[in-house]
Design a protein around this ligand. Structure first.
Ligand SMILES: NC(=O)c1ccc[n+]([C@@H]2O[C@H](COP(=O)([O-])OP(=O)(O)OC[C@H]3O[C@@H](n4cnc5c(N)ncnc54)[C@H](OP(=O)(O)O)[C@@H]3O)[C@@H](O)[C@H]2O)c1
Length: 318
């Protein structure tokens, strides 16, 4: 079977399609014949190899979510799973491949009417956005800023914040055209990447996909008791002394936190994934698909990610 591996960390040319043996599912695992696999921002972050300490080595298969049909199951898994169409989280890596392994607890049946491409656009992004908003105590009537809103995670955060009754949902993005697309998805204010533009003076909650050197400037934008929740670092790591900005505003009772799905109970996560896919099947959430490309075009997909031209998600189909 064909898999895409990072042969060399750095530019997208380090991604290569290789022929590898089909794996056998282990205990409590299923093997999925991949119909679609999502290209997430984290895949590009890992491939660039610019953030140290992540511990990945050449041969790493990027991608973390697939949708397709279960073709075999390991010990301890009910064999009636074989033949079912599912969405599956493969872990950090293991997605860009024709046959993907996943633990049964990370597998959700695909609801009727939801395609594989839409499923891998929403299956991870919506739960991350949902739990991050909850972690940041998003409340009806509050003001939310989604930083890095033009990716699948940010788009999900915008749609969910609007649905949860936020009074203002501001976004940062790199162009007015992208801003218009985010307005069509419910954003009320569009700011540039630095946060300049016409928006609320202060935010109750910032959901931040970007991190990077500008993060401290956004801590300054928090309202009293405001929360900044960092869910991604597509812009790199923030400066080491960023906490000084919170301390400088000591009397504002602001808080900063990371948020990772790793801290969500597996049963809650599974339920949230199923709910996300059901909501998508009902048309309540939008799968914003930038492009659908063959598996062989993984390097091209990553090049587009690096150029910053992607709005929503690129999906690879073997
Ligand atoms: N916390 C968790 O449990 C969890 C789970 C899964 C994934 N993640 C994280 O989520 C992130 C990926 O999300 P995604 O796929 O939605 O992101 P993405 O598509 O890679 O990026 C989102 C947007 O951020 C903006 N951006 C990119 N580089 C930037 C920079 N240097 N400065 C400012 N803005 C920049 C771009 O929009 P504009 O050009 O319009 O500005 C881009 O479209 C990864 O960091 C991943 O680790 C977290």
């Amino acid at each position: 079977m064909r898999s895409v591996q990072v042969r060399r960390f750095g530019d997208p040319d380090g991604l290569e399609v290789v022929e590898v043996a089909e794996p056998a599912p282990g205990e409590d695992q299923v093997l999925v014949a991949t119909e679609a696999t999502g290209v997430g921002g984290v895949d590009a972050v890992i491939r660039r190899g610019t953030i140290g300490g992540l511990g990945f080595s050449p041969g790493f298969v990027p991608g973390s979510e697939v949708a397709g049909t279960v073709v075999s199951v390991g010990a301890g898994v009910d064999p009636t799973w074989v033949g079912r169409r599912v969405w599956a989280f493969t872990g950090t890596g293991g997605g860009y491949t024709e046959r993907a392994l996943a633990r049964l607890e990370d597998v959700v049946p695909l609801p009727e009417g939801l395609g594989a491409v839409a499923a891998v656009t929403l299956g991870s992004a919506v739960p991350v956005a949902r739990f991050a908003l909850a972690h940041g105590h998003a409340a009806p009537g509050g003001s939310v800023l989604v930083r890095g809103a033009a990716g699948s995670l940010g788009i999900a955060a915008v749609e969910l914040a609007v649905r949860a009754g936020a009074a203002a949902v501001a976004v940062t993005t790199s162009s007015p055209a992208r801003g218009e697309r985010l307005r069509a998805l419910g954003a009320t204010h569009v700011l540039d990447r630095r946060g300049a533009g016409d928006g609320p003076a202060a935010y109750d909650l910032v959901v931040d996909v970007v991190g990077g050197p500008d993060l401290p400037d956004f801590l300054d934008r928090l309202a009293p008791n405001g929360r900044h929740v960092l869910v991604g670092v597509v812009g790199g790591m923030p400066p080491a002394d960023f906490g000084a900005r919170l301390l400088a505003a000591f009397r504002q009772s602001r808080s900063f936190s990371t948020f990772s799905l790793d801290t969500v109970a597996r049963a809650d996560l599974r339920a949230a994934r199923a709910e996300a896919l059901d909501a998508a099947a009902r048309g309540e959430l939008h799968a914003v698909v930038h492009d659908v490309l063959p598996l062989e075009a993984a390097a091209q997909a990553h090049r587009r990610m690096d150029e910053g031209s992607v709005f929503g998600r690129i999906v690879l189909v073997p």
